[in-house]
Design a protein around this ligand. Structure first.
Ligand code: GRF
Length: 192
């Protein structure tokens, strides 16, 4: 199964996916890494590992036009599953439809609580005692697709929004490769 990674920044979740693929714990191949931010640090890592990258600048490009270019790259590279890894751009309905049930995302909260930006701070400010992360399929809504897997962390009295974010990120790195394996298994079943 071939993965297409979409990112916009640091790419630590992408690195976790890469490590899982390298170690064989995730049986898949990273077909390409696409960023809508040409100088995203995640791309530097991809290049250092010899992966195929596409650095596209989405600034000033209409969503539907930009997404068509991305779709073309995904199709040319025969991508089976699209993994959003800190991709800070909403997908057009056309994109979601073209890869229906084949796009996954990681979000740093226990959805359906705290969708949208700065989820960790939203959770911290709310005063939750259990926080966490969610891997879900992507549909037309905001962080609203079917949940694949979740991991939780306890919010301790000494935590700040920053320490909580770090604890959640640690769990993200463990959860995302496992959830991708689950999504791939579902995909294989539906194709056989
Ligand atoms: C992560 O917190 C992820 O949950 C969210 O964006 C952040 C991306 O971080 N969707 P990174 O680029 O993977 O380090």
């Amino acid at each position: 199964m071939r993965l297409g990674i979409l990112l916009s920044g640091r790419g630590s979740n992408f690195q976790a996916i890469y490590r899982a693929v390298e170690s064989g714990s995730l049986q898949a191949e990273i077909a390409c890494v696409i960023s809508n931010v040409p100088d995203a640090p995640g791309l530097t890592f991809a290049v250092s590992k010899g992966l195929q990258i596409f650095a596209l600048d989405s600034k000033g490009v209409k969503r539907v036009d930009f997404d068509r270019r991305v779709l073309e790259i995904l199709r040319t590279n025969k991508v089976d599953l699209v993994c959003l890894a800190g991709y800070m751009r909403l997908l057009s309905p056309e994109f979601v439809d073209a890869y229906r049930n084949r796009i996954v995302n990681i979000h740093p909260s226990l959805l359906p609580a705290f969708p949208g930006l700065d989820a960790q701070t939203q959770a911290f400010d709310y005063g939750v005692k259990i926080a966490g992360c969610t891997v879900h399929y992507v549909d037309e809504g905001l962080d609203s697709g079917k949940i694949i897997a979740q991991a939780s962390v306890e919010v301790l009295p000494e935590d700040t929004a920053q320490t909580l974010s770090a604890k959640i990120l640690e769990q993200e790195h463990l959860l995302y490769p496992k959830a991708i394996a689950m999504a791939l298994a579902t995909l294989s079943k539906s194709e056989s």
